[in-house]
Design a protein around this ligand. Structure first.
Ligand code: EPU
Length: 419
């Protein structure tokens, strides 16, 4: 049992380096299935999810070595196109191996991921897109079996700009015959990073980062070296901590151009941010103001920012209305914040957050990565001690979270032990 113990203190002061983006590196690792040889990824964070993807690649026969921030993947000529349940259950994002396996091997057997703490997590758009490219699927015994003798480029219209469905379609289309156009594609910076990686491998992709991505299929791809983009959600987490605790910080390596909407929201709440020669600068003084939040696909306010913003709104001056438009069940952590004295009412996919002067430290539980980080942030603005249990969720997505907060002067420590 991992716990993070937080004591209120402030102001924060100093610099932290932002790690590589979890939600980019996992997909880049999946893309190594597409070409034989040795890949080198740089700026790769030490996260449980990266370890899970490494184990999945190893189970398929690839060799993965992660030392420091460099991850080397050797993809042999023969691999086993199976993603077993034990590994997919550990990390739902494993489903992104489906597209590359079908494109490169013409077959795949991937365990169905199932739901999680956000509610149901369907993969219908992933399967429909791959079917339109020529794959066929059967489902039996909790596994999807896919076959594709040859994939042929086509026009794909996504019902919703799903990140995972866009990535699976992209990684399949790069080796399909002819042109594929993905309309209503997800526009997240991690999609553009994946496209840059694939283009470096020899793919021909235009428009990634916009709603229309055009892919001209090629016959062969080759392994490459690539540096992963910085994690905008990790950067947002430190800015939320700044908002709650006050102070002045620099986030080294953060990309302000990936966080425009967030920086605007933070500005509405009284946190000043700007680009800095080394990344992003932030300063907060006094009590936060409140604002309304509505989560949307990029470039809107990311659903992953929302728990952090709710922690900030919990101690802001005024009322904030928060609408969750991406994952219906993503309000579970609210009950934990209420245990800390937050005044929040949830109704359907809305939360009404009435800021209180101070939260009150309490034992609480992390239900997922971002909710866990948001509780630690809330603890920085609470009177007394906050103990966040099940902190292993946080380790899925944050590299040295406690150490980085300590480097900014936060009074935070990790405890391991029974119960
Ligand atoms: N959806 C469908 N059908 C599909 C695919 C998605 O209905 O076939 C729905 C989902 O249920 C959800 C919405 O579409 O309501 C958006 O889901 P999306 O596919 O965009 O999300 P994802 O690819 O499963 C990634 C990130 C999440 C992040 C979301 C939204 C990774 C590994 N995960 O998930 O990150 O919240 O995009 O931006 O990239 C996290 O890092 O903690 C995390 C959960």
């Amino acid at each position: 049992m991992q716990r993070i113990v937080v004591h209120p203190n402030g102001p924060l002061d100093g610099r932290v380096r932002i790690s590589g983006a979890k939600n980019s590196v996992l997909k880049l690792m999946a893309a190594t299935v597409l070409a034989e040889g040795t890949f080198v990824l740089r700026n790769v964070p030490a996260l449980d999810d990266v370890r899970a993807m490494a184990d999945l690649l190893r189970s398929m026969g690839l060799t993965v070595d992660h030392s420091g921030e460099t991850l080397t993947v050797v993809r042999p000529a023969e691999i086993d196109p199976v993603a077993p349940y034990e590994l997919v259950e550990r990390m739902r994002a494993s489903i992104v191996v489906l597209g590359p396996l079908l494109a490169r091997l013409g077959q795949a057997r991937v365990a169905l991921p199932g739901g999680d703490d956000f509610g149901p997590r369907p993969i219908d758009m992933h399967l429909q897109s791959l079917e339109r490219l020529g794959a066929t699927f059967t489902t039996a015994h909790g596994y999807i079996e896919g076959r594709a003798d040859h994939l042929v480029g086509t026009r794909l219209f996504l019902d919703f700009p799903s990140v995972g469905a866009t990535e699976n379609a992209l990684m399949a289309a790069v080796l399909a015959k002819g042109e594929t156009v993905i309309e209503n594609a997800a526009r997240e910076p991690e999609i553009a990073d994946l496209a840059a990686f694939l283009n470096r491998m020899g793919a021909s992709i235009l428009g990634a980062g916009s709603p229309t991505i055009t892919i001209e299929g090629v016959d062969e791809l080759s392994p490459v070296e690539h540096e992963v983009i910085p994690d905008r959600i990790e950067a947002a987490t430190f800015l939320a901590a700044l908002g709650v605790a006050g102070g002045e910080i620099v986030l080294e390596g953060a990309r302000p151009d990936h966080m425009d909407m967030l920086m605007q929201k933070l500005g509405d709440m009284g946190v000043r941010t700007s680009s800095h020669p080394d990344g992003v600068w932030g300063m907060a003084r006094g009590r936060l103001g409140s604002t309304d939040v509505s989560t949307l696909p990029y470039p809107g306010v990311a659903t992953d920012y929302k728990p952090l913003l709710v922690s900030m709104l919990s101690v802001a001056d005024g009322v904030g209305i928060v609408a969750e438009n991406i994952f219906s069940g993503r309000f579970r952590y609210v009950d934990e914040l209420v245990r800390m004295g937050a005044d929040i009412r949830t109704e359907d996919h809305y939360a009404i957050v009435r800021g209180v002067e101070k939260l009150s430290g309490a034992p609480v539980r992390a239900h997922d990565i971002r909710a866990g980080a948001a509780l630690v942030v809330a603890g920085l603005g609470a009177e007394g001690e906050t103990v966040v249990a099940d902190a292993h969720h946080i380790d899925r997505g944050y590299d040295r979270f406690v150490e980085k907060l300590q480097a900014l002067g936060a009074e935070v420590e990790r405890q391991s032990g029974e119960g």
